[in-house]
Design a protein around this ligand. Structure first.
Ligand code: PMP
Length: 408
C-alpha cells in the first residue's frame, strides 16, 4: 500500500492541479521546469510569516529562535534526504545555478591555470557550462565537452578517456533535463576519483524523482534546486565534502558568514555558514523542509515506481504517434520526453497545447549544445511527475492530435 494508490487524494493536496486553463482541466507536464507545491509547503511558508517571522541566527528573542530552529531543521531534513555525511556539508543557496557558481568561483577559480581543463558532458544544462566558461576565460583554462551518443546517452568511455593530468574538475548531470537520460554518475565519479579529479554532479532533475545517496556516490559536490523538489523558488543547496568547504574561501562576504570583523582582518564562520552571507530565504527553506517531509511521508521509492509506470505509458504512446521524433532514446531514463513533430514548430505546438489546458515547455531547455548535437533548434518537452495520471497522458495525446490537425 502506498499513498499514491489514491492518486485523487494526492492530487487534491496540490491546489494548482485543480486549475482550469482556457476552460480545460490543467494537464501539467512541465515538471522538469518547476514542480507544483503541495498544500503542506504553502502552509509552511504562510505559517512562518503569520506566526514565526523573524531573522535567523542573530536574535535571542523567542521569534528569532523559532525562525532559526525551523530554518536549521530544513538543513537537517535535506541532509538526511540526500544522504549527506553531515548537516555541515549542506550549504543553502538560491538553487543549482548559484551552487555551481559557488563551486566555480570559490573552489576552482583560485587555483585554475592556463591550459587546465574542466570536463563536462555535452548534455549539460547551461548552468553546468557557463560558470566554467566564465572562470576559464579569466584564467586561460578551457571547458572540454565529453561526447554523447545518438541515443542521448553519455559516452562513458569517451568521457573517461578525456580525463588527463590537466583535468581539474569533472561535471555531469545526474538526469538530463532535455533528454531524460539517467547518467551512470557512479562510473564517472569513480573514474575521476581514481585520477584525483574532483567531481560535481548536477542533481536538479534527479532528487525529485528517486532516492539520492550523496555519501554513497562519493562525489565531491552535489547540487540541487528546491523548486523542482516541490519546494519554493529561490532555494537550493550545494552538498560538498567538508574538507573542500573548510578549504574554500567565501564566495560572498557580509553578515553571518564571519566570526570576527575588524579593519585589520576578518575571520570567517565555519561551513556551511561561511557560504551563507546575509539574510537567507528563510520562508523558502522552511517550505523546502516541508516539501521533504511530504516526500518522505509518501516515500521516494513509491514515487520512483509510479513515475516508471507513467514513463513507460508515455513512451509507448509517443512511439505510436506518426511523424513525431523523440530526441533521446536512453535505456535508463526519467519521465522526461523531448520531441519534434514534422512540419510544426515546437513553440506553435506548445502554444496550442496550452489552449487545450496542457502545459509543456518548448525551446532549447537551456541546453544549446544538446540541441546542436541533435540538429534541432528546439523541442517540445513533456515532463511528468508522480501526481500525473494515465488519463492526463490520454488527454495530452488527444490535444496533440488536435493541435497537429490545426497546424497541418
Ligand atoms: N541543471 C539542470 C539539469 C536543470 O534542469 C536546471 C533547471 N532547468 C538547472 C540546472 C538550473 O536550475 P535553477 O534555475 O533552479 O538554478
Amino acid at each position: 500500500m502506498s499513498q499514491l494508490d489514491d492518486i485523487a487524494a494526492i492530487r487534491a493536496e496540490f491546489p494548482q492541479l485543480a486549475r482550469l486553463i482556457h476552460g480545460k482541466p490543467l494537464v501539467y507536464f512541465d515538471n522538469a521546469n518547476t514542480a507544483q507545491k503541495p498544500r503542506a509547503v504553502i502552509d509552511a511558508v504562510s505559517s512562518y510569516y503569520t506566526e514565526h517571522n523573524a531573522n535567523v541566527a542573530r536574535a535571542v528573542h523567542t521569534l528569532g529562535e523559532e525562525a532559526t530552529t525551523l530554518y536549521e531543521a530544513a538543513r537537517d531534513k535535506l541532509a538526511r534526504f540526500v544522504g549527506a555525511r553531515s548537516r555541515e556539508e549542506v550549504v543553502f543557496t538560491r538553487g543549482t545555478t548559484e551552487s555551481i557558481n559557488l563551486v566555480a568561483y570559490s573552489f576552482l577559480r583560485p587555483t585554475l591555470k592556463p591550459g587546465d581543463e574542466i570536463l563536462v558532458s555535452r548534455m549539460e544544462h547551461h548552468a553546468n557550462i557557463v560558470p566554467w566558461q566564465l572562470i576559464a576565460a579569466e584564467t586561460g583554462a578551457k571547458v572540454v565537452p565529453a561526447p554523447i551518443t545518438e541515443t542521448g546517452e553519455l559516452d562513458v568511455d569517451g568521457m573517461i578517456a578525456l580525463m588527463n593530468e590537466r583535468t581539474r574538475l569533472v561535471g555531469l548531470t545526474h538526469v538530463s533535463n532535455a533528454l531524460g537520460t539517467i547518467n551512470p554518475v557512479e562510473r564517472i565519479i569513480a573514474a575521476a576519483k581514481a585520477r584525483g579529479v574532483p567531481s560535481l554532479i548536477d542533481g536538479s532533475q534527479a532528487a525529485p524523482h528517486f532516492r539520492v545517496d550523496v555519501a554513497a556516490l562519493d562525489c565531491d559536490f552535489y547540487v540541487l534546486t528546491g523548486h523542482k523538489l516541490f519546494g519554493p523558488t529561490g532555494t537550493g543547496a550545494l552538498i560538498a565534502k567538508r574538507a573542500h568547504l573548510d578549504a574554500m574561501p567565501p564566495f560572498m562576504g557580509g553578515g553571518e558568514m564571519i566570526r570576527k570583523v575588524s579593519f585589520d582582518g576578518t575571520t570567517f564562520n565555519d561551513p556551511p555558514h561561511k557560504f551563507e552571507p546575509g539574510t537567507p530565504n528563510i520562508a523558502g527553506f522552511i517550505g523546502l523542509g516541508a516539501a521533504i517531509d511530504w516526500l518522505n511521508a509518501v516515500g521516494m521509492d513509491a514515487i520512483a515506481a509510479r513515475e516508471t509506470m507513467l514513463r513507460d505509458r508515455m513512451l509507448d504512446a509517443l512511439r505510436g504517434v506518426d511523424g513525431l521524433r523523440l530526441i533521446g532514446a536512453a535505456r535508463e531514463r526519467a519521465a522526461v520526453f523531448s520531441f519534434v513533430v514534422e512540419g510544426a514548430h515546437a513553440h506553435d505546438i506548445a502554444t496550442l497545447l496550452d489552449h487545450e489546458g496542457v502545459a509543456v515547455r518548448s525551446g532549447h531547455h537551456c541546453t544549446h549544445p544538446t540541441m546542436q548535437f541533435f540538429g534541432v533548434p528546439a523541442t517540445v518537452r513533456a515532463s511528468l511527475s508522480f501526481y500525473n495520471t494515465e488519463d492526463e497522458i490520454a488527454a495530452f495525446l488527444t490535444a496533440l492530435a488536435k493541435v497537429r490537425r490545426m497546424l497541418a
